[in-house]
Each structure stands twice: as structure tokens, then as C-alpha cells.
Design a protein around this ligand. Structure first.
Ligand code: ATP
Ligand code: MG
Length: 207
């Protein structure tokens, strides 16, 4: 039997994108044999209190970060829709684009997985995509416990143990605004973009 094409879908705020994001996407690509991973920056993730600004810049940084991986794609479809950015709408769109023949894998970190029971139309999401839940330092993910509250998850989620990088956008935003180094936590082209556009109140740390 011919194996169906496997495609990764990676939604996030990416404010800014960092090596934690890129490393889990690559881990999922290899673990699941994905032909491509589509990065989709959200306009506003409904479960996040903070409404991100910088839509155009977040998108530009994701593009810069993804250029050197031939399997990584970037799609601005959520930024073109009025917020909030519901994953279900994105998946319906991608199903129309790719048809029913491909297998979709939505990639998310263990912290985001804990919120799954609260996602808008989660049962319908799970009918359209499988989930690749990737380990994240400081966050446990117990699939059995999660399935007890969300039975539709059964057989639809895979845990990936991942590279476990302890990097987060919120910590990077804090470091940037406090003049602390961020080098080696995100692509250099992204750091340069932040510096050039003076994002997150960034001042270059002392040489
Ligand atoms: P913030 O601190 O602002 O929430 P973040 O670093 O968590 O930012 P998001 O854009 O919120 O980044 O995350 C997008 C997706 O990537 C989520 O599914 C999140 O769980 C996952 N993710 C982000 N960083 C990591 C990491 N270091 N390890 C594993 N998963 C991660
Ligand atoms: Mg987050």
C-alpha cells in the first residue's frame, strides 16, 4: 500500500520565532516523515490574553527563520483573516487545499496540549488532523489523563520526546527589553531584524 503524504501544520504566535520552534518542527518532520511543515503565524490565538502586535514583522521573521530548510513553508492565511485565529478554520482551509488524501499533523508543544479540551470545536479538529505533541521543559504531558477529559484524542495524538530546548518567546521579549543577550536562542537573521526594526525595545548588549 502506498503511504499517504504526511504534512505538518505548525500554528503559533511566533512573537518572536526562536530555535525552540524550529527544533520541534524539524524533530516532528523527521519522526513522522513529513514532506513539509507549514508555519502559520496567528493573528490572535483565542486562548492567549495578550493580543500580539507586529503581525507583519512576526511573519517576516518566520520567513527569515524558515528560508534554509527546504521542507519548511510559511503561510499567512491566519493573518489575512480577521482575528481570533481559530485552528479549525485553518484546518478546513488546508483540507480543501490538499484534499482528503494527505494526512495532516498539527504540531504543538506540551504546554499547549494541556489546553486542548478548551479549544474551539476540538472534536472537529481531531477529525481533520492528527496531533504531534512535542515535549517542552517544565511541562508534563500525560496522554492518558488528557484522553480521559478528551476522548476524541484516542489514537489521534503522538508524543515526540524532542530536543527539549528551554527557550520561550516571552522570555526572549523580556531579555530583549532588558538588554540581555538573545544570541544563540534564535536565528541570527531574526536577531538582526529585531535590532534593525527596534522591536521589543531591543538594545544591543555590550560588545
Ligand atoms: P510565549 O512565551 O509568548 O507563549 P512561546 O515560546 O510559547 O511564546 P508560541 O508562539 O506561544 O511560543 O508557541 C507556538 C507553539 O510552539 C506552541 O504549541 C508551543 O507549545 C510550542 N513551543 C514554543 N516553544 C517551544 C519549546 N521551546 N519547546 C517545545 N514547544 C515549544
Ligand atoms: Mg506559548
Amino acid at each position: 500500500m502506498v503511504k499517504r503524504e504526511q504534512i505538518g501544520v505548525f500554528g503559533g504566535t511566533f512573537d518572536p520565532i526562536h530555535f525552540g520552534h524550529l527544533a520541534i518542527a524539524e524533530e516532528a518532520r523527521v519522526a513522522l516523515g513529513l514532506s513539509q511543515v507549514i508555519f502559520i503565524p496567528a493573528a490572535h490565538q483565542p486562548l492567549k490574553g495578550r493580543v500580539p502586535e507586529l503581525s507583519e514583522q512576526r511573519l517576516a521573521m518566520v520567513r527569515l527563520a524558515c528560508t534554509d530548510n527546504p521542507a519548511f513553508r510559511v503561510d499567512d492565511l491566519e493573518l489575512r483573516r480577521p482575528p481570533p485565529s481559530y485552528t479549525i478554520d485553518t484546518l478546513i482551509h488546508l483540507r480543501e487545499r490538499f484534499g482528503t488524501e494527505v494526512e495532516l499533523w498539527f504540531i504543538l508543544g506540551a504546554d499547549a496540549a494541556q489546553d486542548l479540551p478548551r479549544w474551539h470545536r476540538i472534536e472537529q479538529i481531531l477529525a481533520l488532523t492528527r496531533l504531534a505533541i512535542v515535549a517542552r521543559p517544565g511541562h508534563q504531558c500525560d496522554l492518558t489523563a488528557l484522553q480521559a477529559t478528551l476522548p476524541a484524542l484516542a489514537g489521534r495524538a503522538t508524543l515526540i520526546h524532542g530536543p527539549r530546548l528551554e527557550i520561550s518567546s516571552s522570555d526572549l521579549r523580556r531579555r530583549l527589553s532588558e538588554g540581555l543577550p538573545v544570541r544563540y536562542q534564535l536565528p541570527e537573521a531574526v536577531r538582526q531584524f529585531i535590532l534593525t526594526h527596534q522591536l521589543y525595545h531591543y538594545r544591543e548588549p555590550p560588545q
